[in-house]
Design a protein around this ligand. Structure first.
Ligand SMILES: CC(C)(COP(=O)(O)OP(=O)(O)OC[C@H]1O[C@@H](n2cnc3c(N)ncnc32)[C@H](O)[C@@H]1OP(=O)(O)O)[C@@H](O)C(=O)NCCC(=O)NCCS
Length: 200
């Protein structure tokens, strides 16, 4: 497998990638997140995307979008050729685009919204945490991307505070926290609070 930052010369793959976007949206039944080949090609030319090849064939892709003066970064449009899924390509591309995001925008919050279990797993491994939508960008440019989703009505009914997607954030500026774990073994039974239901 070859994974690298895409360049302008990769524009030849933009049509194929957009076709995969259409097919995967149909399969998932979420509505089509419309991406034009020209937009994908621009991401490639700007050095804002990662492309993968397996045995010389196009295998997958993902690109970076930025919001609010680069304070929020999204790794969007992750897609892997349907014939080679579940063999680690998606994870490798996500790691690549995450590294690219960290090097280009070291102070940004990197976030995503997803219903995909695979993406949730990979994001968690990368250090993302689940959050409510209040922690995500308020940029109209980001949220207008949800318009083509069939659940857009639910999002708007909830004033963009929640929807069926899970929001996840990697916060570059979050301090490292050592969680204090109580020593439960030291608590004897009669020190435990009595629940009102069990008190008789
Ligand atoms: C999501 C997608 C990119 C994953 O790519 P992939 O190459 O299959 O992913 P990987 O093989 O690296 O798998 C990563 C993890 O997710 C799991 N996974 C992959 N596909 C899964 C699925 N459909 N359901 C549940 N888990 C899945 C893998 O088992 C692996 O976890 P594990 O290591 O604990 O076993 C790919 O399925 C795809 O292109 N889907 C269509 C587009 C899409 O949904 N993009 C995401 C939009 S948010």
């Amino acid at each position: 497998m070859i994974i690298r930052v895409a360049t302008a010369a990769d524009a030849q793959y933009a049509d194929q990638l957009c076709q995969w976007y259409i097919e995967s949206a149909k399969t998932r039944g979420t509505g089509i997140a419309k991406r034009e080949p020209a937009y994908v090609a621009k991401k490639m030319a700007n050095g804002d995307s990662i492309i993968a090849f397996v045995d010389g064939e196009l295998a997958g892709f993902c690109y970076i979008e930025t919001f609010e003066d680069n304070t929020f970064v999204v790794n969007s449009g992750l897609v892997v050729n349907a014939e080679i899924r579940k063999s680690g390509v998606g994870r490798a591309i996500k790691q690549g685009v995450f590294n690219l995001s960290r090097s280009k925008y070291p102070n940004a919050k990197i976030f995503g919204i997803t219903t995909s279990l695979a993406v949730m797993k990979i994001n968690t491994e990368l250090g993302y945490k689940p959050v409510t939508f209040s922690e995500l960008t308020s940029s109209e440019d980001f949220w207008k991307g949800c318009k083509s989703c069939k659940n857009y009505g639910i999002l708007m009914e909830n004033e963009r505070k929640m929807c069926l997607c899970t929001g996840m954030v990697f916060d570059a500026n979050a301090p490292l926290v050592q969680i204090q774990v109580p020593d439960f073994a030291a608590v004897t039974q009669d020190q435990l609070p009595v629940s009102p239901d069990s008190a008789s």
